[in-house]
Design a protein around this ligand. Structure first.
Ligand SMILES: *[C@@H]1O[C@H](CO)[C@@H](O)[C@H](O)[C@H]1NC(C)=O
Ligand SMILES: *[C@@H]1O[C@H](CO)[C@@H](O)[C@H](O)[C@H]1NC(C)=O
Ligand SMILES: [Zn+2]
Length: 993
């Protein structure tokens, strides 16, 4: 039976026609009178974890972890060809794509045939298996779409996966479930849910359910049948036959090693036990695990025997039928059972696999990588848009060949559940960053090509990737340059610029040549230390730029006076004078009892700090006449290294503080006030490794907190997990709110889970939730919202408080396979320093969403800054749109799709009932929306952008409240595209230029 490689081909030809096409029709026959055990051969191939993607693919560093995906695919294909009853499911398209490129036509033909016959089935089918806590919905949808598109291109409709396969992510998000439903998946399978939740569900036989992914979308649009697998994604004990396992093979014959009777008996016992926890006479067993099937012959040969010997017992009255199957064939049987399934509406966070083992540390692990992933996703949108708007010449313009696919794939890889999650080894994290950086390079070429074309410029365009630490060679060295701001949002934005410069004063002019107020301020000591030797500018030029919808503006910058320190008061052309001392700042030494308030202010907000402690004390919203005492400071939890209750240490996955109360980094902060016409700042230094700037600019309705934390000192032998904590007198009764993948908002309650009686054993870690973009607390009247620039863990562990974990440095591994402490080396091994931003909003509770929704969008897809030496583009301002989209509509995707076509995703930003003004249905005329072409017709696609919505027919499931049926979708009219709250619509648009 072992017929590997080429010899398999003739055999296959002989056996062809045994399966009746792919899809549900190709499912193996089952026995309605018996317990059917669906054996699902699979491999779980992490797209990077202990090894890099390359190392896993080729099998490099096998002494550290034996794993080589190329051999897995070789071996599985040969073994499937050898025996037509065998089945296999594969998930990670990042690996499949590489492998496919290296195959010759005979193997490709064979694989196509296996797929057409349903013997090789794709599950999940994203580029990777997304993380669900730290991934933003934009990145999540893109990576799933990328994998699905390739499967469809290679294999046609038979390549399109029917089940989502999230068997390893460490908790599951509601928005992700909604996204899977809207991509057309029929079911979703999960491996990890909280142990208390799982225990309760298996007792009540509620491991399988209908998960309603949205309160806003009309069922069943965001409903997805969801099953929790019995053994995570492993086989039952004793039945593991990979070369990585140590269970004995099935021994038949009549020699002394014969064990087949015991093996079958133990299999039947496992099946019977499992059947008691599920509702139908069908159960699923995952036969495989991490990087299994490198020698697929072992697994398949033993499974062949297990099936044969199990079914042979039917002659003696056994009522168990074992079969090779797939998750979709199993799902189809559950559907046929015609049962009523429980309904779930919350999510599966946080995940714990024991009383002191909350997987809530990874919400914050590797904050720099999380920040880089978010920035990269935003830049990918810019790259996509400019490729669509500038046309094919963006790919082959004056800057050389530009390409969005490198960044698209790198961002897709970064969504993996050990990538953005921060649970990979250090060298693997470095490799993810390397892949992203490579993607930035080729997208920057594309963006430069597009902008030079659209703006008509001969001056070289350059990018400054170090602006967060005030490094930019061009602005530092050049007395005259141009700043181009490209805005990917479909409404105009105003954006603060801060560029390192050597001169003392500058004249800045807007696209119409009018002067723009600007100011040079000294680079802060904290930023100087952070940038190290990377830059040397003494000052930063500040001004407020803006850009039209989906377009750019160019701002001219000309040095008026060379350096030698910041300019004195009085103001130059295009500037307004300062309001205080020379240098634009005044120092308030620590602890000084100053009768003058530490206060910064603009027309929206007045922010007060305590003159004694230097800490934030109160926020006034001047527009709404609201004020709230708010104190904010940094604290660190002492990471547990295990104790009498449990040996569990805090690590990359798990957060476990050794006490509930964190230590303040400092009781007081040394402060320095900077007040000028373009910005007001309060600089706070808490310790040599922890500082912050509170910042208000004219026109800005939020308080910006720019924090700089690290390298965390661990010379005392204590792992540290640093949080920014806000305290208010709001009566919150344990309630707080966090977002789901940056989109929906879910209510959280301290020490509470919506669907079971929680026995809480970790008062801090057990109350942490993923914060993708925002967390808020509120009472009847006011809401305090904090927006983040990357994913972080957050909670409200005390009434009226909220906190976000900004950084963690740990000295122990937490025993989940990583085998490495989360101790990021940073620059020169001194430990990692991280800088990020929190935007704080204080609003009337009733209208708060109208503040945080658009702002979160700006954080996720910020404008891109491009510099040009000299005068820059002849065209100083350009918009790809004739008019802005309405304030509740977001242009989520704008990508080229061949000649004369575009992929468009439009999104309603607000949830049902979230805002009186904005949570209403809205219509958009797309025909004349764009300035350089008209849209003549639309085809509506499912969310993945790969299949026509008309062609999507999902299985319908009955819940206690009935069987919701989809409404027929009328053919979209490009003149009136209507969006309901929280709806995303995906279109293939035909254009006329
Ligand atoms: C499914 O169950 C419902 C309600 O119990 C019943 O009315 C219906 O006929 C059943 N459908 C099938 C195909 O058995
Ligand atoms: C696009 O539509 C507008 C308004 O109907 C029309 O004036 C314009 O000529 C059209 N442009 C193209 C390229 O078809
Ligand atoms: Zn995994």
């Amino acid at each position: 039976m072992a017929v590997p490689g080429a010899a398999a081909l003739p055999l296959l030809l002989l056996l062809s026609g045994t399966a009746a096409g792919c899809g549900y029709e190709s499912c193996p026959p089952t026995r309605p009178d018996m317990l059917n055990v669906h054996l699902v051969p699979h491999t779980h191939d992490d797209v990077g974890w202990l090894k890099t993607v390359d190392q896993y693919y080729y099998g490099v560093r096998n002494q550290e972890q034996h794993a080589g995906v190329q051999y897995i695919l070789d071996s599985v294909v040969a073994q499937l060809a050898a025996e037509p009853s065998r089945r296999f499911v594969y998930a990670e398209v990042a690996f499949l794509a590489r492998w496919w490129q290296q195959q010759g036509e005979p193997t490709r033909r064979l694989v196509r045939r296996l797929v057409q016959e349903g013997r090789l089935e794709f599950v999940g089918g994203g580029w990777c298996m997304s993380d669900e806590a730290a991934s933003h919905y934009g990145g999540l949808v893109e990576q799933q779409a990328l994998g699905r598109a390739l499967l469809r291109r290679l294999f046609g409709p038979c390549g399109t996966p029917r089940v989502a396969w999230q068997i390893d992510p460490f908790g599951h998000a509601r928005e992700a479930a909604a996204a899977f439903a809207q991509m057309g998946y029929d079911g979703l399978f999960l491996g990890r849910v909280d142990h208390q939740d799982k225990w309760r569900r298996l007792q009540r036989r509620e491991l399988e359910m209908v998960w309603r992914g949205s309160d806003s979308l009309e069922p069943p649009r965001a409903d997805i049948f969801t099953g929790i697998l019995p053994n995570m994604y492993n086989p039952p004990p004793g039945l593991c036959w990979d070369q990585l396992c140590s269970d004995p093979p099935v021994v038949d014959g009549d020699g002394p090693e014969r064990n087949v009777d015991e093996v079958v008996t133990s299999f039947l016992q496992a099946a019977a036990a499992q059947a008691r926890q599920y509702r139908t006479n069908h159960i699923l067993m995952t036969m495989g695990s991490d990087f299994h099937y490198e020698n697929a012959h072992l697994w398949f040969k033993n499974l062949d025997k297990l099936i044969a010997h199990t079914n042979a017992r039917q002659a003696n009255g056994s009522r168990v039928h074992a079969l090779y199957s797939t998750p979709s064939c199993y799902l189809r049987e559950l559907h046929r059972a015609n049962l009523t399934w429980p309904l779930k509406t919350d999510d599966f966070f946080p995940y714990s696999d024991g009383p002191h083992q909350f997987w809530t540390g990874y919400f914050s692990s590797r904050p720099a990588l999380k920040g880089y992933e978010r920035l990269s996703s935003g830049f990918l949108q810019v790259c996509n848009q400019l490729e669509a708007l500038a046309g094919p010449s963006a790919r082959a313009g004056p800057y050389g060949p530009g390409d969005s696919s490198v960044l698209r794939e790198a961002v897709a890889v970064a969504q993996h559940h050990d990538a953005v999650a921060g649970t990979e080894r250090q060298h693997v994290a470095n490799d993810y960053a390397r892949q992203l950086a490579k993607g930035w390079d080729s997208c920057q070429v594309l963006v430069a090509n597009a902008l030079s074309l659209l703006g008509d410029t001969k001056d070289p365009l350059v990018f400054c990737n170090g602006l967060n630490v005030s490094v930019c060679p061009l602005s530092e060295a050049t007395p005259q340059f141009t700043v181009i701001l490209y805005n990917p949002l479909a409404r105009a934005v105003s954006w603060p610029l801060r560029l390192p410069v050597s001169g003392a004063s500058y004249a800045v002019s807007d696209p119409q040549g009018r002067p723009v107020a600007s100011q040079v301020l000294p680079v802060s000591p904290v930023t100087r230390r952070l940038r190290g030797g990377a830059g040397g500018a003494p000052g930063e030029l500040l001004f407020q730029a803006w850009a039209p919808p989906v377009g750019f503006s160019a701002f001219g910058v000309r040095q008026l006076r060379p350096g030698g320190g910041p300019d004195p008061p009085g103001g130059q052309q295009g500037q307004q004078g300062h309001q205080d001392t020379p240098g634009g700042h005044q120092d308030t030494p620590r602890g000084q009892q100053d009768s003058e308030e530490l206060q910064i202010e603009n027309e929206h907000l007045r922010v007060l700090a305590d003159p004694g402690s230097g800490l934030l004390r109160e926020i006034h919203n001047l527009r709404h006449g609201l004020s709230l005492p708010v104190s904010q400071s940094f604290y660190w939890y002492n990471a547990s290294t295990g104790d009498g209750q449990s040996p569990q240490a805090s690590g990359a996955y798990i957060f476990r503080p050794n006490a509930s109360a964190p230590f303040p980094v400092s009781e007081r902060a040394a402060t320095r006030l900077v007040k000028t016409a373009v910005v007001q700042e309060l600089h706070q230094i808490f310790s040599p490794w922890c500082s912050q700037v509170l910042r208000l600019r004219p026109g800005q309705p939020y308080l910006e907190l720019e924090w700089t934390v690290g390298p965390l000192p661990v010379g005392d032998g204590l792992g540290k997990e640093v949080v920014s904590r806000f305290r208010t007198p709001l009566r919150t009764a344990g309630r707080f709110y966090t977002d789901s993948n940056g989109r929906q908002v879910l209510e959280r309650r301290r020490d509470h889970r919506p669907t079971w009686n929680l026995s809480q054993s970790e008062p801090v870690a057990g109350n942490y939730y993923p914060v993708n973009t925002r967390i808020f607390i509120r009472d009847q009247k006011v809401q305090l919202t904090v927006l983040t620039d990357r994913s972080q863990g957050g909670s409200s562990v005390l009434d009226g408080s909220l906190e976000l974990m900004v950084h963690r440095r740990l000295l122990r591994d937490d025993g989940r396979g990583l085998g490495e402490a989360l101790d990021e080396p940073g620059v020169a091994g001194r430990g990692l320093a991280v800088r990020g931003r929190h935007l704080v909003l204080l609003d009337p509770a009733a209208t708060a969403a109208e503040g945080h929704r658009p702002l979160a969008q700006e954080m996720a897809t910020p404008p891109q800054v491009v510099l040009a030496a000299g005068a820059g583009p002849r065209l100083r301002q350009w918009s790809g749109l004739r008019r802005a989209l309405p304030p509740n509509v977001h242009l989520l995707s704008l990508e080229p799709r061949g000649a004369g076509a575009l992929l468009l995703r439009l999104e309603h930003l607000y949830g049902l009932g979230e805002s009186r003004n904005r949570s209403t249905p809205v219509s958009v005329d797309l025909t004349t929306l764009f300035s350089s072409f008209n849209i003549t017709s639309l085809e509506e696609l499912a969310l993945g952008g790969d299949v026509p919505l008309q062609g999507v027919s999902r299985l319908l499931w009955r819940t206690p409240s009935g069987t919701p049926k989809p409404r027929p979708e009328p053919r979209p009219d490009p003149r009136r595209v209507r969006l309901e709250p929280m709806e995303i619509r995906t279109f293939l648009a035909s254009l006329r230029h």
